[in-house]
Design a binder for this molecule. Structure first.
Ligand SMILES: Nc1ncnc2c1ncn2[C@@H]1O[C@H](COP(=O)(O)OP(=O)(O)OP(=O)(O)O)[C@@H](O)[C@H]1O
Ligand SMILES: [Mg+2]
Length: 267
């Protein structure tokens, strides 16, 4: 395993790909994220771990702008995502500006979330055509490349409902990549799969991690996978990061008792 502490991040620059600054997220009275601060460097792969309900999915959904920030700021590539400081006041950005920012972010969900009324190819080309304004031809060409990449070159015309869970998830990965995102968010993407289908999805993700410098924020219970692809692991509890380390340190020699207990339970 590389010494991730001293490794330069591929394509790394000073502006982080993602910055959480004093982020607060409440659902009613429930404070899920409590003054959260962390950066993800460009090209870095960060895995979030922590007990159920600790806010891992919420973090990804905030970046995807599927949840509203209660307080603080999120920056993508140095630019404010949904809120910014203007004349010392925290204000919401215009929906048009937010929409532009979200084209830089792709997310793959536990439950695939493919459009059931569209073919595999249409699932992948929909957003590039309608959001990015790509031509149908260009979007089709790129979609077929991506289907080859995820090992589904022969499934372009299939309907998602006729595919296995592993195949559906690989389509969802291709769909996210079709937007050429700078950041890829992966939320327990193998948790809904039969055990024998987990491997094919992780293989695709390993290849993407190896062959691209896309920034990744990963939530997974597959600790072996996390150890292989991540530069850094963040342990969450009580709405905050309680420990962060390279995967080899986190998984073999965590410092906090809470982390030890959690890892003992999941490993
Ligand atoms: N839409 C919502 N409305 C109200 N509460 C919510 C909503 N979404 C999440 N929560 C609450 O926020 C907290 C964090 O949830 P979240 O799904 O982010 O946790 P998680 O770390 O992803 O958990 P898991 O490992 O089980 O997926 C939980 O207490 C949850 O009940
Ligand atoms: Mg979750």
């Amino acid at each position: 395993m590389p010494d991730t502490e001293n490794e330069t991040v591929p394509g790394g620059t000073d502006v982080p790909a993602l910055r959480f600054e004093n982020v607060v997220k409440k659902f009613g009275e429930n404070v899920v994220l409590n003054d959260l601060n962390f950066d993800v460097r460009k090209g870095e792969r960060v895995t979030l771990i922590g007990p159920s309900g600790s806010g891992k999915t919420t973090i990804l959904r905030l970046v995807m702008t599927l949840e509203e920030l209660t307080g603080g700021f999120i920056y993508v590539d140095g630019k404010p995502l949904t809120h910014e400081l203007r004349d010392g006041r925290r204000v919401e950005r215009r929906p048009k500006d937010v929409a532009k920012m979200t084209t830089m972010i792709g997310m793959v969900f536990q439950q695939f979330n493919l459009f059931p009324n569209m073919s595999v190819l249409e699932n992948i080309t929909e957003a590039p055509v309608h959001v990015l304004g790509k031509s149908k031809e260009e979007a089709d060409r790129r979609a077929r490349e991506l289907l080859d990449l995820v090992g589904l070159g022969d499934k372009a015309d299939a309907h998602p409902t006729r595919l296995s869970g592993g195949q559906q998830q690989r389509v969802a990965i291709a769909r996210a990549l079709a937007m050429d995102p700078e950041i890829l968010l992966l939320d327990e993407v193998t948790s809904a799969l039969d055990p024998e289908l987990v491997g094919e999805v992780l293989t695709v993700l390993r290849d993407i991690a190896r062959n691209t410098d896309i920034t990744m924020l990963i939530v997974t219970h597959e600790m072996q996978f996390a150890a292989e692809v991540s530069n850094r692991v963040l342990m969450f509890d009580g709405g905050r990061i309680i420990e962060e380390a390279s995967p080899d340190v986190m998984f073999s020699d965590p410092k906090q008792q809470r982390t030890k207990d959690f890892l003992q339970a999941v490993l």
